[in-house]
Design a protein around this ligand. Structure first.
Ligand code: EPU
Length: 424
């Protein structure tokens, strides 16, 4: 239980300029990847978010020397003296991305003993494809009941993902980077952070080709050297800020982003009648002349519409001028924010028999209410709902938002939003 709540006064169009922090889902892959290195690494543009802080704690526990300069957003990791001791579940259970310790430690030591991952409860989130991938590389995997023990002298191999998985693709890339021989991943995920991880590994001397396509080739090398690497901006934070700007009928320039990562969202915003202008590393969002048109959304792997933006987007659609159908194809439990928004006057049909579809009938007004965040992006969606509702919205369990958004309250306040914390 968080000991504070967020209060959001709605009805203020966001105006001005803001910037995007370094990518959460990139950071949580690249930080464990430093364990594969034989010397110190410097990571630039690392966001000061809870998931990063937890991973830093785990790396220190393993014996890495870690210095996180939060002002400079620079993380220095020297993994030279890391020991491969078991990592208990109370450490790994804080976040999903602790599962990247499997690939990283297996890749460096040929063995790992790591508690189960945690993370947002947005679905059952199996990791069978990770396990099959490690086994294809020669690892034996034992489920200890509280975590996984893996061991093996890894050798490159072809592997076909039966389901496109971001985490699985990253994990097998990590394990394969120092394995003997060549690994070829088929039906790999293509998200921007997979390309970023490949670039980071290559900057340390790895040989990874094809990241960003569905076939990735990793020729294992015996050692990886120090690197100084700046990670890409956060695609989902960019999208969340774009949606917040659009939803409030604001006029906002979002700087420091990569507009090409945002095509699927930009296309939907344009379809709604919102002006989205892309510059080299900025996006300018302006309101439509009249009302927001409704749109149908179907989440898909990159370059499709990201599941992580479905929640913020569907919050905005609650005020669109008509009926929108949201089809969530990745996670079966990603509409909990809409249940909360019913308390704010949203009109949503959630099909109990089919948990992957929500039908939203736009209403003319939402009103403030007390709502509870159930996961990171649900929290972001409720903040957006609060920004467009009449009156004050009280968001309980806002700590979820801190896991993935750096300084989001300050950023929104700098755009004119009235959002503040209050103790419980
Ligand atoms: N899946 C399997 N078997 C596996 C792995 C995945 O069936 O072995 C299924 C999942 O259940 C899901 C689908 O495949 O239905 C895709 O899952 P994926 O593995 O791609 O997701 P993930 O690695 O668990 C990452 C992000 C999520 C993001 C998804 C999809 C991290 C730490 N998490 O999760 O981010 O939603 O990819 O893009 O990178 C978030 O940031 O809020 C978040 C949840």
């Amino acid at each position: 239980m968080d000991n504070y709540k967020l209060l959001v006064d709605g009805g203020i169009p966001l105006k001005g300029e803001t910037y995007v922090s370094g990518g959460k889902n990139t950071s949580v892959a690249i930080i464990p990847a430093t364990l594969l290195c034989d010397g110190p690494c410097v990571l630039e543009n690392i966001p000061d978010i809870e998931d990063v802080r937890v991973l830093v704690g785990i790396l220190r526990y393993l014996g890495a020397e870690v210095d996180f300069d939060k002002t400079a957003k620079r993380l220095c990791v020297d993994p030279t003296h890391v020991t491969n001791k078991p990592i208990p579940g109370y450490m790994t259970g804080h976040l999903r991305a602790s599962y990247y310790l499997w690939g990283a430690l297996l890749g460096r030591f040929g063995e790992c003993d790591v508690g189960y991952p945690g993370g947002c409860t947005i679905g059952s989130r199996p990791y069978d494809q990770h396990i099959k991938g490690f086994e294809a590389l020669g690892a034996s995997v034992i489920d200890r009941g509280d975590g996984l023990f893996m061991q093996g002298d890894l050798a490159g191999a072809p592997f076909y993902f039966q389901r496109i998985t971001v985490g699985g693709t990253i994990n097998i890339m990590l394990a394969a980077a120092r394995a003997r021989g060549t690994t070829i991943l088929h039906n790999a995920a293509r998200e921007p952070h997979i390309v970023d991880l490949a670039n980071f590994l290559n900057s340390m001397g790895a040989v990874v080709k094809g990241a960003g396509t569905d076939t990735i080739r990793i020729r294992g090398v015996s050692s990886l050297h120090s690197s100084d690497y700046a990670i890409i901006p956060d695609q989902i934070e960019t999208g969340t800020l774009m949606i917040a700007a659009a939803a409030t009928r604001g006029d906002v320039v979002i700087r420091g982003c990569i507009p090409t990562h945002m095509e699927a969202l930009s296309a939907k915003l344009l379809e709604m009648g919102i002006s989205v202008q892309e510059q080299d590393d900025a996006i300018h969002v302006r309101p439509p002349v009249r009302f927001h048109r409704p749109v149908d959304i179907r989440t898909q792997e990159y370059p499709g519409f990201p599941t992580d933006l479905q929640q913020p987007m569907s919050a905005m659609l609650c005020l669109a001028g008509g009926r929108s159908v949201i089809t969530e194809t990745i996670f079966e439990n990603r509409f909990l924010h809409l249940r909360e928004m019913l308390k704010m006057g949203a009109h949503v049909d959630l099909d109990e028999a089919n948990r992957f579809v929500a039908v939203i009938q736009g209403v003319s007004e939402l009103h403030g209410a007390t709502v509870t965040a159930t996961d990171l992006r649900a929290g972001a969606a409720l903040v957006i709902a609060g920004l467009i509702a009449k009156g004050t919205t009280e968001i309980r369990e806002p700590g979820f938002i801190e896991r993935g958004y750096e300084h989001i309250e300050e950023k929104l306040r700098s755009l004119g939003a009235n959002i503040r914390r209050e103790g419980l």
